[in-house]
Ligand binder design. Structure first.
Ligand code: GGG
Length: 324
C-alpha cells in the first residue's frame, strides 16, 4: 500500500485530482490518500498558502499528487519543490494524436531549485530587482540527470537551452557545465541553443528535439509552448523528483476561467499519476493507463470539450477507469 499526499490546490485542481484518484482506484494497487490544503483559497481561509501540516504530510508520504497552483504558486508549488528537495522537474512533451500533431516526443529536464525562481526580489527606488542564481553544483547535477536519462531511455541527443550570449556569467556557467558533462557521454549527441531560438525551433522543427535540459524559468515557459504543440495544457504531465521525494503535477495552472465548470481535461493529471506509478515501481499499471488514455482520445466519444467532445472531467475519468 502506498501513502499518497493529495493536494488539490486551486481552481481546476480539485476536479482533475478527483478524476485522477477515480482512475487510480480501479487499479490492483492500494493507495491510502491523505488530503492536505494549500493555495489561494487556503491563504484566504487560514492566513497561509502552505500550512506546516501540509508540508509534513507531503514529507511523510510515499509520493505527492498535486492539482494546480494559482496566484500563490511561488509560495505553494515552488516552495513545496524546495521543501521536498526535488531537484529535477521532468516534463514530457508527447503527442498522443500523431495524425493531428505529428510524432512529437521530447523530454524537458528542468532544473528545479534555483534561477529566478529563488524568489529573491526587492523593490528599489527605480522599480524592482530580482536575482538569478545559477550554481555549478545544481547545473552539473541537472546536466548529469539529463544525459543519464537520455542514455537510460535510448534517446540519442541532449540539447541545452540558455541565453549565454546575454547572461554571460550565469547562463555561461550553465552552458560550460553542460559541455563538461557531455564529455562523459560521447555516445550521446550534444548541442545547445539560445532560449529565444529554441522558442522558434520548437515550432519549426519539433522533431529535432529528444531531451532538452534547461534552467528553471526557461523550462517553465518552454513546457507551456510544448503543450501548445500537442493539444494544449490539458495534455502535459510532470514529475518533480528528488533523492527522497516525488511530487507529481500537471503542467497547467488553476485555469480560473473554467474552474468549477467540470470541463477541465483530466489527462495531464492522470498522466502525472502515471509518472507517479513509475516512481513507485508500478510501471505496468502506468503503461496500462497511458494506453487507455490514447484509446479514449482516439475514439473521441467521451472526451472533454478541448478534445472535441462534450464529456465532463469526471465522465471522462470514469470512462478511462471503466476500461482498466
Ligand atoms: N503555466 C501553467 C501554470 O500557470 N502553472 C502554474 C505555475 O505557475 N507553476 C509554477 C511552476 O511550474 O514553476
Amino acid at each position: 500500500m502506498y501513502n499518497i499526499a493529495v493536494i488539490p490546490g486551486d481552481g481546476i485542481g480539485e476536479e482533475v485530482v478527483k478524476a485522477t484518484t477515480t482512475v487510480l482506484d480501479k487499479l490492483d494497487v492500494e493507495f491510502n490518500y491523505t488530503h492536505a490544503i494549500a493555495g489561494d483559497k487556503c491563504k484566504e481561509e487560514t492566513g497561509v498558502p502552505l500550512p506546516d501540516e501540509t508540508i509534513q504530510i507531503a514529507k511523510e508520504s510515499d509520493a505527492v499528487l498535486f492539482g494546480a497552483a494559482g496566484e500563490t504558486a511561488a509560495d505553494v508549488i515552488v516552495r513545496l519543490r524546495h521543501e521536498l528537495s526535488t531537484f529535477v522537474n521532468l516534463r514530457p512533451v508527447k503527442s498522443l494524436q500523431p495524425e493531428k500533431y505529428g510524432n512529437i516526443d521530447f523530454m524537458i529536464v528542468r532544473e528545479n531549485t534555483e534561477d529566478l525562481y529563488i524568489g529573491d526580489e526587492e523593490e528599489t527606488p527605480e522599480g524592482a530587482i530580482a536575482r538569478k542564481k545559477i550554481t555549478k553544483a545544481a547545473s552539473d547535477k541537472i546536466c548529469e540527470y539529463a544525459f543519464k536519462y537520455a542514455k537510460d531511455t535510448g534517446r540519442k541527443k541532449v540539447t541545452a537551452v540558455h541565453k549565454a550570449n546575454v547572461l554571460k556569467i550565469s547562463d555561461g556557467l550553465f552552458k560550460k557545465c553542460f559541455y563538461e558533462t557531455a564529455e562523459k557521454y560521447p555516445e550521446i549527441e550534444s548541442n545547445d541553443f539560445y532560449v529565444d531560438a529554441t522558442a522558434m525551433y520548437l515550432i519549426t522543427n519539433p522533431l529535432d528535439f529528444e531531451v532538452i535540459v534547461t534552467s528553471n524559468l526557461y523550462g517553465d515557459i518552454l513546457s507551456d509552448e510544448g503543450a501548445g504543440l500537442v493539444g494544449g495544457l490539458g495534455m502535459i504531465p510532470s514529475a518533480n523528483i528528488g533523492d527522497e521525494n516525488g511530487l507529481f503535477e500537471p503542467v497547467h495552472g488553476s485555469a480560473p476561467d473554467i474552474a468549477g465548470q467540470g470541463i477541465a481535461n483530466p489527462v495531464a493529471t492522470i498522466l502525472s499519476a502515471c509518472m507517479m506509478l513509475d516512481y513507485l515501481g508500478e510501471s505496468e499499471s502506468a503503461r496500462r493507463i497511458e494506453d487507455i488514455i490514447v484509446e479514449v482520445i482516439q475514439e473521441g466519444k467521451i472526451v472533454t470539450p478541448d478534445l472535441g467532445g462534450t464529456a465532463s472531467t469526471q465522465e471522462m475519468a470514469e470512462y478511462i477507469a471503466s476500461k482498466i
